[in-house]
Design a protein around this ligand. Structure first.
Ligand code: AMP
Length: 397
């Protein structure tokens, strides 16, 4: 059984073709600049070589047409015919309160996802376009939706209702949804496997620290709290997003600087975070370099970031009533040796002791706490695509 996993953004898309017999990746790639001059498909087939296909691709359907050609190409393809694609798994960002798990996409599901567009106006439309395109390109092949929000649907009301007039929740669906759910789910399941424990017996804090960043408190395999909220702007300080701030700042700056809603949204989403504080970059490698050269704002950005993650970890320990494992994943979580060290400083009081030698690791599944640390500190690289492929297989087999 081969499963094609697709993740459509507004002007780009990523894909991976899995052979689910052994979960091996047969082909993968990326299309950039869809609908913009200079469209480009970079495809990696079974030999590992990279093919670049540069032809105009006016929309997602055209782009996916080229992806299917590349996958079945005589020279660099991975399969001989499209009949060998048995199912398609799609990453879909927002399913509101409609789905608490992955689903086979039907007309009714599509209608439900359309209704969620107002909750994720930037993300859901390209995700939905990807599904429609595949329905047209490969009619008869089942499509499955795997939602970023679904894993967090197990949160209790006390974690997801905001202290606003209750009618905004009831009428306008304003509540914490949480994101990165597929990553938190994969990483927590993998953690249980690595520790050789039943996930039902574990209390895990997963730290997805990438360009976007969120933490989840996972009790017995279920998310009971997470740091992103109604949108992916809440919670941790991120690459370019401000995370938690005093909400009154928004109206104050808008009034003082005479800003429109779009301008303010742009500042909070694109110009803030460690980029905004440091003025250097949103990439932690650049900020670490600048900090080493003595750039004080770069040092401050890192200090604020590390303190912020540490505060959330301690808060979630109380939400869970104890912790068995703190797990780092995504770009910075998997690779940021210094960041993990700084974040874990001061966590010794709750029994989490980092081993500085074991911590010198990048992108590898491993335990980085000391042998006698009561709480395991771990690095577990995320694999959202594999999680999507597994869900897809499970639903269509
Ligand atoms: P992601 O969104 O998961 O791709 O993560 C991207 C983030 O990971 C960027 O901010 C990078 O700075 C960070 N990152 C990737 N590799 C490293 C590294 N070796 N050291 C520090 N940060 C890294």
């Amino acid at each position: 059984m081969n499963v094609l996993v697709i993740n459509c953004g507004s002007s780009s898309l990523k894909y991976q073709l899995f052979n689910m017999k052994d979960e091996s990746v047969l082909a993968k790639g990326l299309v950039e600049r869809i609908g913009i001059e200079g469209s480009k498909l970079t495809h990696e087939g079974p030999t590992g070589g990279k093919e670049k296909i540069e032809v105009p691709m006016k929309d997602h359907k055209e782009a996916l047409g080229h992806v299917l050609e590349a996958i079945t190409h005589a020279e660099y393809g991975a399969i001989q015919s499209l009949d060998e694609i048995n199912a398609i798994g799609h990453r879909v960002v927002h399913a509101g309160e409609k789905f608490s798990g992955s689903v086979v996409i039907t007309d009714a599901v599509m209608a439900a996802l359309e209704e969620c567009i107002e909750l994720a106006p930037l993300h859901n439309p390209p995700n939905i376009m990807g599904v429609s395109a595949m329905q047209e390109l490969l009619p008869g092949v089942p499509n499955v939706g795997v939602f970023d929000t679904a894993f967090h649907q197990t949160m209790p009301q006390s974690s997801y209702v905001y202290a606003l007039p209750y009618e905004y929740y009831e009428r306008d669906h304003v509540r914490r949804y949480g994101f990165h759910g597929t990553s938190h789910r994969y990483v927590s399941q993998r953690t249980a496997e690595i520790l050789d424990k039943n996930i039902e017996d574990l209390k895990i804090i997963t730290c997805h620290l990438g360009n976007g960043a969120s933490l989840a408190a996972i009790d017995g395999g279920k998310s009971i709290d997470t740091s992103m909220g109604f949108t992916p702007l809440e919670g941790l300080v991120m690459g370019t997003r401000c995370g938690d701030i005093d909400p009154q700042i928004v109206t104050y700056i808008m009034g003082k600087e005479d800003l429109t809603l779009d301008e303010m949204n742009n500042i909070m989403n694109k110009k803030s975070g460690v980029l905004g504080i440091s003025g250097v970059s949103s990439d932690f490698r650049d900020i670490e370099d600048a900090a080493k050269e003595g750039n004080e704002r770069a040092v401050l950005a890192l200090d604020i970031y590390h303190l912020n993650v540490r505060k959330y970890i301690a808060a979630y320990a109380s939400v869970l009533g104890g912790v068995d494992a703190i797990v780092f994943t995504a770009g910075l979580g998997e690779n940021g040796i210094d960041s993990r060290k700084e974040i874990c400083k001061n966590l010794e009081f709750m029994g989490a002791v980092l081993d500085p030698e074991k911590n010198k690791v990048r992108g590898k599944e491993t335990v980085v706490s000391t042998d006698d640390s009561r709480v395991k500190i771990m690095v577990v690289p995320t694999n959202e695509e594999l999680m999507i492929a597994r869900d897809t297989l499970e639903l269509v087999k």
